[in-house]
Design a protein around this ligand. Structure first.
Ligand SMILES: [Zn+2]
Length: 156
């Protein structure tokens, strides 16, 4: 997320935000976070530039959503890991139960929330681990604040 919005075109003396990391090709229309559109041009120049406050407001909101999603993803990965360990299973055993459609490094990245997974993966993993997907999600939602910097606070 931090790299998103790196391309910030100037329109009408305001520096706007987009979700583009790098400058798109000339002629392309890009959406500004404040709702406007901007046609990319290398020729356009502007003298004084102010921040577009509407873009900044949307950007902050997106950042908050991203941070919240990361907390839930960490809690979800931790929940998967706890469910696996409570059965005494290794990563490899889970992958084998999934018919090796998932590799051990992939599963490890899921558990550490280093990689997002699909609903399909979530359902498959819960099925082999014998836990309702809804339980895993609702626990992750409830415990999302218990995870700080990827580490879970001890139960109190
Ligand atoms: Zn704007």
């Amino acid at each position: 997320m931090d790299e998103n919005g790196a391309y910030r075109p100037v329109l009408g003396g305001l520096r706007h935000r987009t979700l583009w990391r790098t400058r798109p090709p000339d002629g392309m229309f890009v959406r500004l976070l404040c709702g406007g559109t901007y046609q990319v041009s290398s020729k356009r120049k502007s003298v004084m530039i102010y921040e577009c406050h509407a873009c900044e407001a949307v950007y902050e909101e997106i950042r908050d959503h991203e941070a919240e999603f990361r907390r839930i993803a960490i809690a979800l990965g931790g929940g998967l890991r706890r469910a696996r360990l409570s059965r005494g299973w290794t990563l490899g055993m889970v992958c084998a139960a999934l018919g090796d459609t998932l590799s051990v490094p992939q599963l490890s990245r899921f558990e550490r929330a280093e990689r997002d997974f699909t609903v399909r993966r979530l359902v498959d993993l819960c099925t082999v681990l014998g836990i309702p997907p809804g339980d895993l999600l609702s626990t992750a939602w409830r415990r999302r604040r218990d995870y700080v910097d990827g580490v879970m606070k001890p139960d109190s």
